[in-house]
Write a protein of this length. Structure first.
Lengths: 158, 747, 287
């Protein structure tokens, strides 16, 4: 089996790894780079638990080949906090009890951040439709939407 | 039931909303779930599964797989010793087929290899010779004589004439004279219902890492709701003693009952034993749907008689459940729960379980109750419609209360049903105006809640901080609630307390995190452990002061002299006592072991407004309110979370979730694309109203809350749809094609 | 498996032509990688077209738009000119999957995957869009409507792939709309769908109408009688009823886990009516 060398930027750091041609970005993040924040919930792009940003675009890492990461910039949940300082979304999720088991949380945080980066003042409906690809089975989404809105308000300086 | 001597009603910390201890790990991606660990020398395991719903396994040729470079072990049913006891034996056979594949997806072999890719390739080289047998997928078909028999020799010993060998159990509950009761009724409604099997739908697939040493000892890391249960069952299957197997529960990505048993864990252990290396198995999503534990599917008949002023005079239900290819006791719980919300003179429930060629059922939040209560609450609602009565008033009129002899036997102590009904009646949702094509429905819900075997140890560090060691995986925020109860009892700040979930070697047996038992039972044990620690601290200080132990008391986190005659001593805080403990006898700990009883039942009422598009049958949920009795909400955020999460699962069950089988007996929708759980845009806000009618069996009045919320949505939505669209659906899910068909039939 | 990332369409065609086993194009991967993960596709060669110059661009051409095959659906939604001219096509593309899927999925992939329920296709057919196809014999243009051949099949010849789409210039008072029926609010495969493309005359009546239905036949159906029923009208009730009737007539769906024949047929008519009204309003019409 021929491995492909990939040089890419993950959370701002240049990293290199070898991957199989058919390996997904999700597998590479988890198994080659030890970044287990993104989770495999379905392997078919239906649950969003593996959400990451590739060149600023919100995608499911299970539907990107690891080889495609060459020259790209990848952002995962592990890059959201600045050292000890949590991102407002992370803080509001904890404060608003917007997680129970927490397995969908990394994907939802990355997706929510992508939303607020391009729409800092979304309506509840916009938040729900944006996050429709992130399944949560524990919370019923209620506290998640509230946490996104309260983080958004803080980030707007409101 | 053990009643507490005194129930505390005034709290300083219980009832507040501090941050949960695992919050930061979970929002940063640091928390370690089942699939997140690796070990040196680790192999990847993969499972080969039957493509047939029912087949005899004639032979399995693993030679080519074993010869593939990189493959280190291959196992089949032949590598498993079957335990003596029926329960463990069924689990073992479910984990790895013996002489027959009993459902589409049943494991027949497994490999461990140096990479996932090699493991996948190895599976393709395994040659299984099947003799395909006739299959049966539907419970009513399975009960009929002449149905293909799923497992010979498992039939209920008293199967009556006219029922097949697939029937594995029968139960009956109730009291009173049904015939007389129906005679008194002014209207009788009789309806039949069907519910499809559903799945817990946890986002995290099952995953484990097993490391068996050459000395017969093993370590197992897995996502589970009960590491002690995993230990018992795996040890039995592997022919090991419990103490030789240490099971550590990872953080868990959802369970809801579906992770209260094992599927890949014994397989990983067997592979690890053979290979002499750690083996990691992570299920894929389609494996989760095909080969873990969905709910039963059901066929139910309900008959209820009511007087014209709304009094139920007689109630009867026949429940036919199938828990898949193995005997299953869930119908007992459904039969008991069905009429639990009602104070009835004449009530009977009859339950049957029959095997079908489907995966083995596992619990899903209040197992058996949603189906039964959907049927009952639908009929009660239909009676209200026929008689022109207010559905909430009718529930209030007939509600079970303290002193009611329940339909399943026990007499109720203090319960919260009336309080939840009155709260619903008083809530603005109940009288809010509705527009065209909109309707409002309601349903009661109920769950027994359980106590069980529990151990808690509380250790005081020399710096005055406290660690609570308990043995129940945290599936809903329980570590926060346990820390709150400890902080309350000890009178120290919440942030001085840390609760950890220990492995099976570090603490005594704890029953599974299920039955909504943790806040109740682990909470109770924590409070008792704190009282134990307090008693020891009091004894230490009394000794320091040279007075009798009963001359001191614990107050506000410190030992005080108990009254002016005890002497003048400045109070000694927990921190000071802990700091001086090396000088007074050594480290201080409190502990408590109990088989807790006294869990209080939890009643709930849900109100829902829906809009049904008459041209497409699409149902939109407009407004949803959950009323539930929590006894005492230790951490209100997490009680609300249970109410909201359970309600949404119930909404999915009512509207779109179902296991779809083809003629060939194969599951057609083993993925999140076509197994349709609710997404964020499907739902409105879920409003919650917590009632607190203290449970006499818990020092703080706590009742379990996790399961009841999934029960009411099914009928609440069916009733709302009935009022919105004028059609009553008696089959779940109420998907748009079914609603549109009903609307067309109505004309 | 071999992974290649050519820089030109010619190089891509060469790679496909020289493949010794099954070869697949990779743009967004939201069908291909799903199939690979499920073990349903094991290509020997994957040709990633995202580095080919021009394939990720939307450019104005002859008054219309040329959309590269590797343009993601989300990128289409961010192009103001495209949204203004073809809101129906853009909304179809942006209903595929989820936000994450739309960040990767392409109309070309959606079309070539061959699902009868593909969300991007009815709008393209109603628009009269053409696809530029590159293959071993060079380039050819082909109406999008001629590409689907049945579930999972296209009329593309071995070694061919779609490089871009062309949407023609829009007259004034023209617009389109796409609606689909799904059981949830997002995330599902369409059970039935309808795209309506209208051009209005100066007096606000319909001058041209094209109606395409999805998920109700092995391929997307352009329903001529449905369009004809709208021409010359202002979408009065009897025109809409004739539209719906013509749509129901044109359906040839299947029963499957997503819908029944009866349901799909009825709902196709309902969706066509509703989409027609939306397109009409967008085009400036007043009922």
């Amino acid at each position: 089996m021929k491995t492909i060398p990939v040089s890419t930027k993950v959370n701002g750091d240049t990293v290199e790894f070898l991957c199989a041609p058919e390996e997904t970005l999700l597998d590479a993040l988890r198994n080659r780079l030890g970044l287990t924040g993104a989770k495999e919930g379905c392997g078919s792009g239906d649950c969003g638990a593996c959400s990451v940003l590739v060149d600023g675009r919100l995608v499911c890492a299970c539907l990107v080949l690891a080889a495609e990461a060459e020259g790209a910039e990848i952002d995962t949940v592990e890059g959201m906090a600045a050292g000890e300082r949590l991102h407002p979304l992370q803080r509001h999720f904890i404060d608003s009890a917007a997680l129970q088991c927490g397995v969908c949380t990394p994907g939802i945080l990355v997706a929510a951040k992508a939303l607020l980066d391009h729409n800092p003042d979304p309506s509840d409906e916009e938040v729900r439709y944006w996050l429709a690809g992130n399944l949560c089975r524990c919370t019923g989404y209620d506290k998640i939407v509230r946490a996104v809105q309260s983080a958004a308000a803080e980030m707007r300086g409101a | 039931m053990t009643r507490q001597d005194k129930i505390i009603r005034e709290f300083k910390q219980v009832g507040t909303r501090p941050p949960r201890p695992d919050g930061i790990d979970k929002v940063t991606g640091r928390a370690m779930y089942g699939a997140d660990v690796t070990a040196p020398g680790m192999l990847w395991g993969k499972v080969l599964r039957s493509p047939h719903a029912h087949a005899r396994i004639l032979s399995i040729d693993t030679a080519a797989a074993e010869a593939l470079e990189g493959v280190k072990a291959v196992v089949t049913g032949a590598d498993f010793t079957l335990p003596e006891d029926e329960f463990s034996r069924d689990v073992a056979v479910n984990c790895m087929a013996q002489d027959a594949a009993l459902y589409d997806g049943h494991a027949v072999a497994a490999v461990a290899a140096v990479s996932e890719a090699v493991a996948k390739a190895a599976l393709k080289l395994i040659r299984v010779e099947y003799e395909v047998l006739p299959h049966v997928i539907d419970v009513d078909a399975a009960m009929a004589p002449g149905a293909p028999v799923v497992q010979p020799g498992r039939a209920y010993e008293n199967v009556p004439e006219g029922l097949s060998e697939n029937v594995t159990s029968h139960c009956e509950f109730g009291h009173g004279d049904l015939a007389a009761g129906f005679d008194k009724a002014d209207v009788i409604v009789e309806r039949s219902f069907r519910t499809a099997a559903t799945h817990q739908g946890y986002i995290e697939p099952h995953a484990c890492l097993a490391a068996m040493g050459g000395d017969g000892r093993a370590d197992l890391w897995c996502c589970t709701q009960g590491q002690f249960h995993v230990r018992e069952v795996c040890a039995a299957i592997m022919g090991m003693e419990s103490s030789q197997l240490r099971v550590t529960a990872s953080e868990i990505g959802g369970g809801f009952g579906g992770k209260t048993t094992v599927f890949v864990e014994p397989v990983a252990l067997a592979l690890s034993r053979k290979a002499g290396r750690p083996v990691k198995i992570v299920m894929k999503r389609d494996e989760v749907f095909r080969a873990t534990g969905p709910t039963v599917h059901s066929s139910i008949d309900v008959r209820i008689g009511m007087t014209k002023d709304g009094r139920i005079t007689a109630a009867e239900a026949h429940l036919r459940y199938s828990g898949g290819a193995f005997p299953c006791g869930t119908v007992d719980m459904g039969a008991q729960a069905a009429f639990a919300a009602y104070d009835l003179d004449a009530v009977r429930t009859f339950g049957w379980n029959a095997m079908t060629n489907r995966p083995k059922e596992a619990a899903y939040r209040a197992p058996g109750a949603p189906q039964a209560i959907y049927a009952v609450e639908s009929v009660v609602d239909e009676l209200c419609q026929k008689l022109g009565l207010d559905p909430l008033e009718v529930r209030i009129l007939n509600a079970a209360r303290k002193g009611t002899k329940s339909a399943y036997g026990p007499t109720f102590d203090e319960i919260g049903l009336l309080a939840t009904l009155e709260a619903a009646k008083a809530h603005p949702h109940y009288t809010a105006p509705l527009g065209p094509n909109q309707g409002r429905g309601l349903s009661c819900g109920f769950w027994f809640n359980f106590g069980g075997n529990t151990c808690v140890t509380m250790n005081l560090a020399f710096d005055g901080t406290v660690t609570i060691t308990e043995g129940n995986p945290d599936i809903g925020g329980s570590r926060a609630s346990i820390s709150l109860m400890a902080a309350e009892e000890l009178g120290i700040p919440y942030d001085k307390v840390r609760t950890i979930v220990a492995d099976t070697a570090s603490i005594g047996h704890n029953d599974i995190t299920d039955g909504s038992r943790v806040t109740f039972a682990v909470g109770l044990a924590t409070i008792e452990a704190a009282r134990d620690a307090i008693a020891r601290m009091c004894a230490r200080v009394a000794k320091i002061w040279g007075i009798e132990p009963d001359a001191v008391e614990w107050k506000d986190g410190a030992v005080h002299p108990a009254g002016p005659n005890a002497g003048k001593f400045p109070p000694m805080s927990l921190a000071e006592i802990a700091e001086t403990s090396p000088n007074t006898g050594g480290p201080i700990a409190g502990h408590h072991e109990v088989n807790a009883d006294g869990a209080g039942v939890s009643f709930g009422v849900h109100l829902v407004d829906v809009e049904v598009d008459p041209e497409t049958g699409a149902t939109k949920v407009l407004r949803y309110t959950v009323f539930q009795d929590a006894g005492k909400a230790v951490h209100p955020d997490y009680v609300e979370g249970q109410m909201q999460g359970g309600a949404v699962q119930g909404i999915g069950w009512a509207l779109n979730e179902e296991y779809i089988y083809g003629e060939d007996g194969r599951l057609q929708n083993p993925g999140f694309l076509d197994y349709r759980v609710p997404v964020a845009s499907d739902l409105p806000e879920i409003e919650t109203v917590i009632l607190e009618i203290p449970n006499p069996g818990h020092p703080y009045g706590v009742r379990g809350v996790g399961e009841t919320p999934i029960v009411p949505p099914l009928a609440a939505i069916a009733n709302a749809v009935s009022r919105a669209a004028g059609v009553r659906l008696t089959e779940l899910p109420m998907s748009p094609p079914r609603i549109l068909k009903a609307l067309s039939a109505q004309g | 498996m071999q992974y290649e990332r050519p820089q030109s369409t010619a190089e891509a065609a060469r790679l496909l032509h020289g493949a010794t086993g099954p070869a697949r194009i990779l743009a967004g991967g939201t069908d291909l990688i799903v199939q690979m993960n499920a073990g349903m596709a094991e290509p020997a060669l994957v040709v990633d077209i995202k580095r080919i110059a021009g394939l990720r661009d939307i450019v104005a051409e002859d008054g219309g738009f040329r959309i590269g095959a590797a343009v993601a659906c989300a990128e289409m939604g961010e192009h103001a000119g495209l949204v203004a001219a073809w809101p129906g096509i853009v909304e179809g593309a942006n209903l595929i999957g989820s936000t994450q899927v739309q960040g990767r999925a392409t109309m070309a992939g959606n079309l070539c995957n061959g699902s009868p329920a593909a969300d991007a296709v009815p709008g393209l057919v109603a628009a009269g869009a053409t696809a530029r196809i590159v293959g071993p014999e060079g380039e050819r243009d082909c109406p999008v409507a001629a590409i689907p051949a049945g579930p999972g099949k296209t009329t593309l010849k071995p070694g061919e792939f779609v490089a871009s789409f062309f949407l023609p210039a829009r007259p004034a008072r023209a617009s389109d709309a796409y609606l689909r029926f799904i059981p949830r609010t997002e995330m599902d495969i369409a059970v039935a769908s309808a795209a309506v493309n209208l051009v209005l005359a100066g007096d606000g009546s319909v001058a041209e109408a094209r109606v395409a239905l999805g998920a109700v036949a092995p391929t997307v159906r352009l329903v001529d009688p449905a369009g004809a029923a709208l021409v010359g009208t202002r979408l009065e009730e009897d025109a809409l009823e004739a539209l719906a009737g013509a749509c129901r007539e044109a359906c040839a769906p299947i029963d499957d886990k997503r819908g029944t024949i009866e349901f799909r047929t009825r709902v196709a008519g309902v969706l066509a009516r509703r989409a027609a009204l939306i397109a009409y309003t967008r085009a400036g019409g007043r009922t």
